[in-house]
Write a protein that binds this ligand. Structure first.
Ligand SMILES: Cc1ncc(COP(=O)(O)O)c(C=O)c1O
Length: 411
């Protein structure tokens, strides 16, 4: 029996992760397929924040920087993310948005190759990654951008390259880039690698040091469930971290922030990738959200993720045959991350119709319907129900109702 022919009830009964759904607070009326954009609310997180706000901040005030270890949060939370990346304690720091973290590591990587000019990336990279690169080029005008086209061997693009900057799982298609072989090609050409792990962390079984990353960043609010605007993480290979310097050299990255001395001297280790005062409330949320991972094997997560995306693809292709939905994600599960994307020229309206029926995915311009499956809280029964509702919307063409055409600011 395959994942497509076994009943959802049987798959859910055998699922070693099934009980984790109880660790999340999700409205009963919703099938949530957008954990790759904003993860669900963990049970206990609101109470933790309430405690941080009322007790640590309200009662203890500034004393909490020491008493409640607020100061340690970026490294402490980093230590909890480290196992999900396959790296060691003390190697990851958490703070600021992914865009800001990317700026820091990209600048650091480029500065480690001062005699080279080229940053190799992909045109289809997540837009903020390319915008940040453009911004950095205003300050380092010698940098050139070279776009790698995946139909060509990467090595052709790497001549004279300083940095290879890639996103590991494509946000539109869900395609996984082969970190190990691409990093090896970059190193062979003398370049350093910067990986954006926003769509990989908490869904793929990662071992980024073994696979040749030199620098990595990623979001805290997607599969890690840290909440809207949760801070990002930064990892730098231990062999490089103490020779790397980043340009946002604020006091929290100083070796002795409370000495208040003139002149910046970087802290040793990953702490030097901090800039200013940390986002204590957001860090506390992410810290709380990370509790669930202590009971989770990434091997189980990946196995369930593959089974779920397989089942969804098979269901949609069977039930919506002839309705104009074309699979955009790779069919081969080995190179597909935790999301499934379909193209349809009326994708926006179809997604709005789905959301109105309680199936929440998202839309990416110009025509992509994106469904993300967080194995911690999505069941196989959810998948079958989502397929049924999508099929019903496509059959009845209810997406043509005018209210589904109204464009929202955030899609
Ligand atoms: C691949 C990727 N990189 C970066 C970002 C942006 O991160 P931030 O808004 O934290 O800067 C996103 C957001 O969805 C993303 O998908």
């Amino acid at each position: 029996m395959t994942v497509e022919t076994t009943s959802a009830a049987e798959l859910d009964a055998k699922d070693p992760l099934a009980s984790l759904r109880g660790r999340f607070s999700l409205p009963g009326s919703v099938i949530y397929l957008d954990g790759n954009s904003l993860g669900a609310l963990p049970v206990g997180l609101a109470e933790r924040l309430d405690r941080v706000i009322r007790h640590e901040w309200g009662n203890r005030l500034i004393r909490s920087w020491n008493e409640a270890n607020w100061y340690e949060l970026p490294l402490r939370v980093g230590d909890r993310i480290a196992p999900l990346l396959g790296v060691g304690a003390g190697e990851v720091v958490v703070g600021d948005s992914t865009s800001v973290s990317l700026f820091r590591v990209l600048a650091a990587a480029a500065q480690l190759r001062p005699d080279r000019q080229v940053v190799v990336t992909e045109r289809g990279n997540f837009p903020t990654d390319l915008y940040i690169l453009d911004g950095l080029r205003q300050l380092m005008p010698h940098l050139e951008v070279r776009f790698w086209n995946e139909s060509e061997p990467l090595v052709n693009s790497l001549r004279g390259a300083a940095v290879l900057m890639l996103t590991h799982v494509d946000y539109r298609t869900g395609r996984i880039r082969d970190m190990r072989s691409l990093s090896a090609a970059a190193h062979e050409a003398g370049a350093l690698t910067v990986w954006d792990l926003s769509h990989s962390t908490g869904i793929l079984d990662l071992d980024i040091d073994r696979d040749g990353a030199d620098f990595a960043v990623g979001c805290g609010y997607k599969y890690l469930n840290g909440g809207p605007g949760a801070p990002s993480f930064t990892w730098v290979a231990p062999a490089l971290v103490d020779v790397a310097s980043q340009p946002l050299s604020g006091w929290f990255g100083h070796k002795d922030p409370f000495a208040f001395v003139p002149g910046f001297e970087a802290a040793s280790g990953i702490q030097r990738f901090l800039t200013g005062t940390q986002q204590v409330l957001s860090l506390a949320s992410l810290d709380e959200a990370l509790n669930v991972w202590e009971d989770v094997s990434m091997h189980d997560v990946r196995k369930k993720s593959i089974a779920q995306t397989e089942r969804f693809i098979a269901g949609v292709e069977r039930e919506c045959d002839g309705r104009g939905l074309a699979l955009l994600s790779p069919r081969n599960s080995e190179v597909r991350g935790g999301q499934v994307s379909f193209e349809h020229e009326e994708g926006y309206r179809i997604m709005q119709a789905l959301i109105s029926r309680g199936v929440i995915g998202d839309f990416r311009a110009p025509n992509v319907l994106r469904f993300g499956f967080s194995p911690l809280y999505v069941s196989f029964a959810d998948i079958d129900r989502a397929v049924d509702i999508l099929a019903e919307i496509m059959r009845s063409e209810s997406w043509k109702q005018p209210q589904f055409a109204a464009k929202q600011t955030v899609t």
